[in-house]
Design a protein around this ligand. Sequence first.
Ligand SMILES: Cc1cc2nc3c(=O)[nH]c(=O)nc-3n(C[C@H](O)[C@H](O)[C@H](O)COP(=O)(O)OP(=O)(O)OC[C@H]3O[C@@H](n4cnc5c(N)ncnc54)[C@H](O)[C@@H]3O)c2cc1C
Length: 366
Amino acid sequence: MKVVICGAGVIGASLAYFLAQRGVTVTIIDRCGVATAASGKSGGFLALDWCDGSPMEQLTRNSFALHAELAALLGKTYDYRRLDTYLVESTERDSLVPSRPGNPKWLNGNCAVRYALGTSTTTAQVHPEKFTRTLIDAAIERGATLQIGCIEGISLSGTPQTVRSVVVDGTSIPADVAVIAMGPWSNTAAKWLPLPPVGGAKSQSITLHPTGKIPAHALFVEYRTARGEQHAPEIFARPDGEVYICGMSDDTPVPESADQVAPNLPACDALHRMAANLSSSLASAKRTRNQACYRPICIDGLPLLGRIPGVSGAFVATGHNCWGILNAPASGLAMTELIVDGYAKTVDLSPFDPRRLMSHSPALVT
Ligand SMILES: Cc1cc2nc3c(=O)[nH]c(=O)nc-3n(C[C@H](O)[C@H](O)[C@H](O)COP(=O)(O)OP(=O)(O)OC[C@H]3O[C@@H](n4cnc5c(N)ncnc54)[C@H](O)[C@@H]3O)c2cc1C
């Protein structure tokens, strides 16, 4: 069986890893390179139980466990670690009094830890770009091929319609199976296959390099500016000394390709100002990156994982919204089972079946 995975973000990478492990011939294609979009620019935060009570529960719990297994198996090359997670309040106006459990020493600005959202048992992190690259490298070691090129179409023939090849830069790559894993660009594939709409929600992020060591903490911040505006930046200290901060969403449409995504610089400055209000270490830290990326999102906020109806050999794996790094391992494993064995045994994929949203599709875009 020849499988072509369209998109080398974390979802395509995880699928490539698990398919290659099963001995499947895999080609993974990306127009810009590995992890050039959200999969290289996200927080990399993982939580065991934050999706409990939703259709994501089983997928997420399996994935959190798989992250720990993969980190042990693949080596600590992508900064996997457990951490403590806090809800923090911060304001540019009134002074705040910390309540229990009290502020960690490094949070010496105008902020107050309100409560713990997670502990080292329930929350963890990876460096998302390093994680995605590690999965691709491991897939290549097991025989997969990575190709850089723009996917321009999927060739179908027969009755029922069956995948024959994937067209990349004008050349056809033979395929028995094609998987659309193009994140917020999966909408492009609606020109070739019957797919429900997938949108993209943009946020900015920055990275800082403080001189001192910041402990293994993740912060979800309720922030009020001097003008009374409310924001919700997220701050993740990383083992390599970097501190990652994201937030400040905007509604700029998804550009044609990942290398055209540009950060909104005033919004990046605002993220740095907010971080500075929390900690003198972050105020004095050198800013190393301003960046932006898009979360792939479906109308009901759930991923699309399954067969594309009406086309034999066509599958989709996208729409992971704000939890793509967390849910990549269990998504890749379950999709591998679906493609190779004909059904997913580790996760019930029925809540994520694309057919649930087909009424929202304007059918094939021509
Ligand atoms: C600011 C921010 C912070 C986040 N933080 C977290 C977090 O802490 N934890 C978490 O779990 N998730 C987080 N997420 C969500 C997570 O990053 C995404 O859900 C995930 O990265 C999506 O992965 P993907 O592989 O589906 O898509 P992408 O990473 O977008 O990859 C899609 C790939 O498809 C390629 N492609 C598109 N069109 C074509 C074409 N025509 N030909 C060839 N290639 C093509 C693109 O170049 C791209 O590389 C965050 C997202 C954002 C925006």
